[in-house]
Design a binder for this molecule. Structure first.
Ligand SMILES: C[S@@+](CC[C@H](N)C(=O)[O-])C[C@H]1O[C@@H](n2cnc3c(N)ncnc32)[C@H](O)[C@@H]1O
Length: 365
């Protein structure tokens, strides 16, 4: 490199002032000077998230079961009816984890972002969070957005599948594990525990909420986002449609499998029983398709149709309908195509309700 390029490699001096006009930088001291500085440092050290004795480095440390690193046994996926599923705890979660599903999850994230009118969470956090946990992180897109929004926070995303990017911000970390096993995260640790759209797997919600409560710090929040497994229609256009046939099957198979999302009030009850207070439910209407007149709702509906169109009908139905309704894979694909046509066209006017349940762990007296 020639001296002409020197400017590009000059490292600015550390900040010492909050005066934006004359910012200077101060070097980090080798050891924290005060107890509160030590506490701040702890918040950005990923190893500190775990109970003593359970610390490992790398991908996968949180739960007592396994501390999975990316061994062949984790990425040696299961293939069934043309889709790819998780290997670790195989059969537990009904949806695929292949590229098509990963694309769909990223569109789905945008759909949720639009539904929340540009928010990533609704919990009324007090100040910037230091430690955040994303349960069932999927492609990790929410965790990464949070890591970017709060660069001083440590964000951990946990999932059964190692489908998250490996090049990530230094404050974001992913783990492969089963959240229904016993957690080894520290007690009173996270400022926010977030769980979105994980209903197609969780069997024991009260236990899930109790583990969340233990690991939330006093004054910290839990946020659960789920969607009901049925659609609404106010003008009769849904009755007799292929979309209705699909949803009836979904309800039937989901009930048989015991994997339908508990509704907002039930989640509220579980959250309160676990110990959370100030529990609130926020409801959101989400149109399926670009049929609404209102421009904002049309955009949300369009994005929803995209997320569903990107293999979404099949992702939800293939394992569930073939395993629990004895449908053939061909029949599932055919029904999915018909249902998708109902959402892609503007004839069938349906919407679903999504709820975000938030609750706070009581502050210490
Ligand atoms: C529908 S995806 C949602 C992903 C992400 N939360 C989002 O909203 O974009 C559900 C994710 O939860 C994960 N999951 C389901 N059950 C799990 C469990 N018991 N432990 C860990 N992850 C789980 C799945 O592997 C999947 O990636």
């Amino acid at each position: 490199m020639t001296s002409d390029h020197q400017d590009f490699v000059t490292v600015p001096s550390p900040l010492v002032s909050n005066n934006w006009g004359i910012l200077e930088l101060e070097a980090e001291s080798a050891a924290p000077a005060t107890a509160s500085e030590a506490e701040d440092d702890a918040a950005t050290n990923p190893e500190d998230a775990y109970d003593a004795g359970d610390v490992n480095s790398g991908y996968g440390d949180s739960l007592v079961s396994s501390t999975k690193s990316l061994t062949a046994s984790v990425i040696d996926y299961v293939y069934e009816n043309g889709r790819r599923y998780h290997r670790f705890q195989a059969g537990k979660y009904m949806m695929p984890n292949d590229e098509t599903e990963q694309d769909r999850l990223d569109i789905y994230h945008h759909f949720q972002f639009l539904s929340l009118r540009g928010l990533l969470y609704t919990a009324p956090l007090k100040g910037n969070p230091h430690n955040i946990l994303d349960c069932g992180t999927g492609t990790g897109i929410w965790a990464l957005d949070m890591g970017e929004m709060f660069p001083c926070a440590q964000v951990i995303g946990v999932d059964l599948s190692p489908i998250q990017p490996t090049w990530v911000f230094p404050n974001v970390k992913f783990e492969v594990d089963d959240l229904e096993l016993e957690w080894t995260f520290k007690e009173d640790y996270f400022d926010l525990i977030h769980s979105r759209n994980i209903a197609q797997s969780i069997r024991n919600w009260p236990c899930y909420l109790r583990q969340m409560f233990r690991s939330t710090r006093p004054g910290g929040y839990v946020e659960l986002a789920e969607t009901e497994a049925q659609l609404h229609c106010d003008d009769g256009t849904y009755a007799g449609s292929n979309l209705e046939r699909y949803m009836n099957n979904f309800w039937k198979a989901g009930t048989k499998a015991g994997l339908l999302a508990p509704d907002g009030n039930v989640l509220r009850q579980y959250a309160e029983e676990a110990g959370f207070v100030d529990v609130e439910i926020h409801y959101y209407k989400q149109p399926w398709g670009a049929w609404p007149k209102n421009a904002e709702m049309k955009k949300i509906g369009e994005t929803c149709a995209l997320a569903i169109g990107k293999g979404g009908f099949e992702a939800y139905a293939m394992a569930l309908f073939t395993r629990y309704l004895d449908m053939s894979a061909e029949d599932v694909v055919a029904l999915c195509r018909l249902a998708q046509a109902d959402v892609g066209g503007k004839r069938v006017h349906t919407y679903q309700i999504m709820w975000h349940v938030t609750g706070m762990k009581p502050e210490d007296d």
